[in-house]
Design a protein around this ligand. Structure first.
Ligand SMILES: Nc1ncnc2c1ncn2[C@@H]1O[C@H](COP(=O)(O)OP(=O)(O)OP(=O)(O)O)[C@@H](O)[C@H]1O
Ligand SMILES: [Mg+2]
Length: 379
């Protein structure tokens, strides 16, 4: 059956899409910075966006560009202690120091923890250990080719500990000052540059070139749908294309979900309006389970109450109204507003107004309001 054709869409966290929409400028500027030498602002990137906005796949694409220029790429996720991993990875990448990893207790700067088979670096010596490891690695990389370098990607930066970020900031700043070929891209939720972090770290992160992943323009989404569908042996009618495109609201995860489901619902090689409508509905339901639910699960009861209060409006909510609905003063409500902004769930749509970042969240909250309130009172 034709339906068994391989579905080209990739509605899954971190899965590279068949076509990366709207990121060409960012990728080109990054690539230019690799060629134009140390000191280029695009060698230091700070990528922020809500869940499903495309941070991880953008890091993947940046890494691909770097590799195309024969740069080495190291991808890290910022769980607590990730700098430790970074040091080990860097050391393991150099032929000369492999031994120190195989036999942790012999680690040069590490305090070997043979029982756990892990090397734990001392927090106070962390910055210097990292700097030394990176310097040696960069020496190794550029020995024969001066234009080669190292690109480090840090995902989920909001989960990093301050000491880890501080170590990285210190090391990278020194390497940049020494005109080394190093590039770093940090990705995370909007709150990753929150003022709660230590000042030095904040300054470093703020100085990085900001890339805010907001909605993708719908004309680009439309072109991408058409392109991907036709390249993979099917076609889409103009009205189906319009239904599918609009349903994405320009939200990257939804682009993949809609694409995947309209493809699945097609009876033959043409995706028509019926298939588009059925696919969009299936996509919306999947979005609830894969994005809305996990996003809400991470929140406190008051955060949820705030979001539910917003769902009473049909568009952006007035912050004053929300405070009133949850029965709190403006200052108290303001703190929760801020937390939700940092978590990438809402944004200030205009002065004194907030709206949801993730599409269809309003509808989902309304549909689940009863259950959400029940679990809140159960605790
Ligand atoms: N520019 C894009 N064009 C098309 N699809 C995209 C784009 N960016 C991301 N996607 C798709 O959106 C989904 C989410 O992407 P990704 O996992 O990178 O998001 P994220 O911001 O890292 O989310 P999270 O915060 O949950 O880790 C994936 O299915 C991916 O293929
Ligand atoms: Mg991600």
């Amino acid at each position: 059956m034709q339906n068994a054709m391989i579905n080209p869409f990739r509605p899954s966290a971190g899965a590279n899409p068949p076509y990366l929409i709207g990121r060409n400028d960012t990728l080109d500027e990054f690539e230019d910075s690799l060629v134009s030498g140390p000191g280029s602002p695009n060698r230091l990137l700070r990528i922020t966006g809500s869940r499903g906005a495309g941070k991880t796949v953008l890091l993947n694409a940046l890494g691909k560009r770097a590799r195309a220029h024969h740069w080495e790429v190291i991808d890290e996720t910022a769980a607590p202690g990730f700098i430790n991993n970074l040091i080990l990875t860097v050391q393991a990448s150099q032929p000369r120091t492999i031994k120190s990893v195989e036999f942790p207790s012999l680690g040069i700067d590490g305090i070997g923890n043979a029982a756990l088979g892990k090397v734990e670096f001392n927090e106070t010596t962390l910055p210097l250990t990292l700097r030394t490891a990176l310097t040696e690695y960069l020496d190794h990389i550029s020995k024969r080719h001066h234009d080669r370098g190292l690109f480090i990607t840090i995902d989920e930066t909001q989960g990093a500990s301050t000491s880890d970020l501080r170590a990285l900031a210190t090391a990278v700043q020194h390497l940049i000052r020494e005109d080394r070929n190093i590039a770093v891209a940090f990705a995370g939720l909007p709150g990753m540059t929150s003022s709660l972090l230590h000042d030095n770290v904040i300054t470093f992160l703020r100085r990085a070139t900001p890339i805010e992943l907001t909605d993708i323009p719908l004309d680009l989404v439309s072109d991408a749908f058409e392109n991907v569908i036709e390249k993979n042996g099917r076609s889409i009618t103009p009205d189906a294309l319009q239904i599918a495109t609009e349903a994405t609201r320009g939200y990257p995860f939804m682009v993949q979900l809609v694409g995947y489901n309209i493809w699945r619902k097609a009876d033959d090689n043409t995706i028509d309006a019926d298939a588009a409508k059925a696919g969009v509905e299936a996509a919306r339901i999947r979005l609830g389970g894969t994005v809305h639910e996990p996003a809400i699960e991470d929140l406190s009861d008051i955060d949820r109450t705030y979001l539910l209060a917003m769902a009473q409006d049909i568009g952006p909510s007035k912050t004053g109204d929300i405070a009133q609905r949850i029965g709190k003063d403006a200052q108290y409500a303001g703190r929760y507003r801020e937390r939700l902004i940092q978590a990438g769930i809402i944004y200030a749509s205009s002065y004194g107004y907030v709206d949801y970042t993730i599409p269809y969240l309003r509808q989902w909250l309304r549909e689940h309001a009863a259950t959400l309130l029940m679990t809140a009172t159960e605790r």
